[in-house]
Design a protein around this ligand. Structure first.
Ligand SMILES: *Cc1c(COP(=O)(O)O)cnc(C)c1O
Length: 231
């Protein structure tokens, strides 16, 4: 089942790339495995997945210890400052940096572990009350503040679009994130690149790819419905 789902999602990404005249190699599929048991991750791994996304620190750390070492782990969920120390040397990228204080903590822990952490700045593109993320108008300022911190490298932007039934409704937010990234790239801020755009989930990843996503984060579409509390 997981293998078939993966094939379908990969094929969808390819055709969305064709529509947008993009190279499929520009888009990395992150398999969002939160709440799913190790067997499911192993099956996805067997089908070639090397990028996994988790949204809870403890779950990420446990799964990283149990899975092969060539996996790139992506922290995609809200991150509390007191838990940063557990993951700075385990994740390939943190997608969910939404405040200077969190970035400062990542910087501190990265220096302690003599590493550099790749991050994305999370933007609340639709300005939803219920969502984390910096507002679009404050993104550049936050990027500038984080850019000067040692041990941390800003690689782009991330957004979680609203939950909608028609993915076309989210196209404007994906366009907006892409434009914001291009604008910020144009400012040539030291230590900042905007090479990565993390946007699109099961319901809207095709539209996100058409609008320039380089990471799509797909959970349900690969692993099926989640049963919270299962892990
Ligand atoms: C759970 C989650 C996803 C995946 O959601 P699906 O709709 O199951 O594809 C993507 N991004 C984030 C930040 C998530 O928390």
């Amino acid at each position: 089942m997981i293998r078939e789902n993966l094939n379908r999602v990969r094929a969808g990404i390819e055709t969305a790339c064709e529509r947008a005249s993009r190279e499929p190699s520009e888009v990395t599929l992150i398999a969002v495995s939160k709440t799913k048991p190790l067997e499911d991750l192993q099956e996805a791994y067997g089908a070639g997945v090397r990028d996994f996304g988790e949204n809870k620190v403890q779950e990420l750390v446990e799964k990283a210890a149990a899975m092969p070492q060539d996996i790139r782990w992506h922290m995609i969920g809200h991150l509390q400052r007191n838990k940063v120390k557990y993951i700075v040397d385990k994740v390939w990228m943190i997608h969910s940096v939404d405040s200077l204080r969190l970035a400062e903590e990542i910087s501190r822990e990265a220096q302690k572990k003599q590493t550099e952490v790749r991050i994305l700045v999370e933007v609340n593109a639709a300005q939803e009350e219920s969502k984390f993320g910096v507002s679009p108008s404050q993104t550049e300022e936050l990027v500038r503040q984080i850019a000067v911190l040692p041990g941390i490298r800003i690689c782009g932007l991330m957004t979680i679009a609203p939950f909608v039934t028609d993915p076309e409704e989210n196209r404007k937010y994906f366009k907006q994130l892409k434009k914001l990234a291009v604008d910020i790239e144009g400012k040539n801020i030291d230590n900042v690149s905007m090479n990565f755009l993390s946007m699109g989930m099961t319901g809207d990843y095709l539209v996100a790819v058409e609008e320039g996503a380089t990471f799509v984060r797909v959970g349900t579409g690969i692993f099926g419905e989640r049963n919270y509390g299962a892990f």
